[in-house]
Design a protein around this ligand. Sequence first.
Ligand code: GLA
Length: 509
Amino acid sequence: MGFNNWNSTHCRREFNEKMVKGIADLFVSKGLRKAGYQYVNIDDCWAKSARDGNGNLVPDPVRFPHGIKALADYVHARGLKFGLYTSAGTKTCDREGFPGGLDHERQDAKLFASWGVDYLKYDNCNNEGRDARTRYRAMRDAIERTGRPIVLSVCEWGENKPWEWAGDVGHLWRTTGDITDTWSSMLSIAKQNRALAEYAGPGHWNDPDMLEVGNGGMTATEYRSHFTLWSVMAAPLLIGTDLRKASAETFDILTNRDVIAVDQDPLGRQGTVVSSEGGRTVLSKPLANGDRAVVLFNETDGPVDITTRASAVGLPAASSYTLHDLWSKERSVSHDGVIGASVPSHGAVIYRVGAEGGVAAPPSGTSDLSALAPTSVSNGWGPVETDTSNGEQAPDDGSPMTIEGVPYRRGLGAHAPSEVTYHLGGSCSRMTVDVGLDDESVRDGSVVFRVYRDYTKVADSGLLTVDDPAERLTADLSGGSVLRLVVTDGGNGRTSDHADWAAPRITCA
Ligand code: GLA
C-alpha cells in the first residue's frame, strides 16, 4: 500500500520534490499511514537524461534540487518507505527516454540502496528484445548483492506471463498494460487480472496497476467499484491521485478500513469469480478468520439484483450468516444462506460474511490436524484428501498414505501446487509432521513442503523426490493467527507430485 505519482502527473513539471514531500506529509496528517499506506514511490522522469562521468544516474536538479537521498530521508523520517523507478531497458518509457538499468544493474542497485530506496518499479521499455526473465533476474540479483531489502515490482505488463516465472524474481508483477482513468480501462484490467487468481499469494502478487481513484474520469460509484475489485483481488493499493487536491469523498474511499482489511488479509489469497453472466459478477475471497469477502459487481447500465449462496462462495453450512456491508456499514443476518443485494449501475457491494459461530480455534492439547476443518483449500489435482493419499481427481479416491513403504493412518493427501490453511487464533505453539511424496507418485514427482505461521516460514523440507524417505518437520506456531501448509512443484513440472502431510499434529493452549 502506498502512493505513486504517475497516474496523476505523468512526466509533467508538477512532479517534483514539493509534491512528493506534500504527499508524505498527508500520509501522516490525513491518517493514511495509520490506515496502512506505507510506500511513497516516484515514477519515471526523476533522472537527468544522461548518466554522469562515473556512469551514475543523476537526479533531475530542477525537480529534485536536494537529490533523491534527501527525499528518501524525508519520507523515512515520517515513518514511511520510499520507492523509485527505472526500466529493464536502455531507456525508460517516457518519450524523453531517461537512462535505463539494462547492463547497469549492479551500479544502479548499489546507488539506489545507498539512497535508502525500499521499493523499485522496474519497467520494460527499450529492452532491445532481450529475454525478460534474464533482465529481471539480473536486477533481482543486483538488489540482493546490496544487502538492502528492496521490494521489486516487475512491470512488463503481463507480456511474458510473469505469473508463471516471476514468483522468485519480484514481489509483484503487472498483469496488464497501463490503466487509464476510465471505466472501460478499469473494467478490462479487472477482468484480465481476476483470471490469474491462482498465481497470487504472500510475497508474490498480481498487480493490475495503480489506482485511479480521485482523478476525475469516473464517478464515485465507479471509483468505489475500482477500490472494491482491487481489494478482493488482493492487489497492491498504490494511490495514484494528487492527495493535495483530493476531495473528502476520495479520502473516504481510500481509507475504508474494512475494505482495506480485505485487501490486506493475512491469508493473502486473491478472490476468485464464483459466477459471471449478463454483466453480473460474484467474487469471493477467503479470509484468515474463516469469513469470506463477497463482492456483487454490476457492469450493466441499470440497477440489478445480484444473488449468490453461502455454499457457492465457499462458506461452511450454518444455521445463519452475518453480512457486514463494508461500504454502507449496515449489518444483516441471512437465515437461508442467500447473499444478495440490489446493486446500482457500475456499482459493487462488498460484504464480509461469517458463518454463525465462526470458525473455532483448534482444541487445547495435541490433536490430529487432519481432524480439523481448514479455512481454505487449493490443490493442483482434485481435492486435498483427508487421511489418504491424493489419488485422482474425484473426492475420496485416495489410498492409504505410504511414504517409502512406511504407512500412515492420518494426514492430508495433497498435490502440488497446494495450499491448505487453518485458523489458529494465536492459541497454538507447535506442529510436527512427516512429509514426503506418496508411493503412489509412480513417476518422477518432486516437491517442496513449507509451513508458514501467517507470513513467516517456519519449516521447509527442501527438495524431496520419490526416492526420499519421509522428513520430519517441526514448526513454531506461537502467536500465529493462520497456519498455511504449502506444497510447490520441485522444478520438474507438476506431474506425479502426490504430496503427503503425514501424521500432522498440532499443539495448542
Ligand atoms: C510504463 C509503465 C507505467 C509508467 C510509465 C512511465 O508505461 O507501465 O506504469 O511507469 O511507463 O513512463
